[in-house]
Design a protein around this ligand. Structure first.
Ligand SMILES: [Zn+2]
Length: 73
């Protein structure tokens, strides 16, 4: 019973985090943290391992490249 309650709390906390600051999270992903210019993204899909490597870099300053791996499912 206690395990079930803790899982429920975890899901609720995640939902609150996304719904509250969705625009802010999106800005943090798309905007350069150094200069505030929108980042340039490039994607390199890897079909064998079902992954997409996303590279973000700023064309305005020396930020990046920042690499994020997406799993296709
Ligand atoms: Zn920048």
């Amino acid at each position: 019973m206690s395990l079930k309650e803790s899982v429920k709390d975890f899901e609720f906390e995640c939902y609150e985090k996304y719904s509250g600051t969705a625009d802010e999270v999106k800005k943090q992903i798309e905007i350069c943290p150094k200069c505030g210019i929108k980042l340039c993204f490039s994607h390199r899909p890897d079909c064998n391992s079902l992954l997409i490597e996303e590279m973000a870099r700023c064309l305005n300053c020396d930020f990046g490249p920042r690499s994020i791996i997406h799993i296709i499912n």
